[in-house]
Write a protein that binds this ligand. Sequence first.
Ligand code: DAH
Length: 342
Amino acid sequence: MTAPQLQAVRAEFDAELAAAGRDPARVEEVRIRFAGRRSGVLRELEERLKGLPREEKPAYGKALNELKQYISERLEQARRGVGPAREEIFLDVTLPGRAPRLGSVHPVTLVRREIEEIFLRMGYSVADGPEVEDDWHNFEALNIPPFHPARDTQDTFYLPGGLLLRTHTSPVQIRAMETMELPLRLIIPGRVYRRDSDLRHSPMFHQVEGLVVGEGITFAHLRATLEAFVHVLFDPALKVRLRPSFFPFTEPSAEVDITCILCRGQGCAMCSGSGWIEILGAGMVDPRVLRACRIDPQRYSGFAFGCGLDRVALLKYGLPDLRLLFSGDERFLRQFGSEGAL
Ligand code: DAH
């Protein structure tokens, strides 16, 4: 009998006493089993002491005495209904450990990664820019001068010092055209901010911007690119429809619809009976925007598009409410992207 074995006896005693809780009858059972005069465990251990070689006796005797004292103190405490704190009582060191729970990947992150991959395969690079912007990049250079009505549709959070929280990812187009060499093929995901909050709007949401600038870039390239994108992201059977629209930074501009993924074009509540759902805005980069970035519109042309990532996540996963994405509710979040995808 060695010290580690006495330790094991002690652990066993602790576990049994913990299991007995404050029930006097069960505490008594534990007492009899360990400290019972005739056949208790301690008694047995004492018997063994006698049979040990002389030189081992002192160390063993000492450890055994400590154990006896420990057991009698604990039993006394248990009988009096006092004792170690509750947590200590229920700490059973012999139980298998609890593995740390791994997180899951947020649906918006999953969608962002998927979109990035689709465009990386088409030869694009991923770029990003600051969320705190200046007026020039967020508005002015995008052909949205002060007092332009388009500013009203993007109710802006202004910061001290003439700065603002970007209302879209389009300012990164400007930053890229100002600093990078042509030709450009970029995909730009990021957070954007607007003073908007209701069922379908959150003051912070996500967009992904696309930008291609080079020689001989046409509207046909834009259309083919968007079709390829939609077919890979959702389903090759979906139709893509471009409706004439207006954005200050593109000319011509289009809003892009896809066949409603719920009713497949039959008309349902999600598409308000139209059979189509809008998924992005796009167009040819306005020559004024190119010029603001010191690019010659005679030589270069480009297309751009902007898409709400959260909306794509809602459509792709059939979610009923945008706010689920920002609720931080684990029961919801755990259903997406297992730890393997982290
Ligand atoms: N910036 C626009 C918005 O926030 C989206 C957009 C539309 C971006 C057309 C573009 C574009 O690049 O060409 O609503």
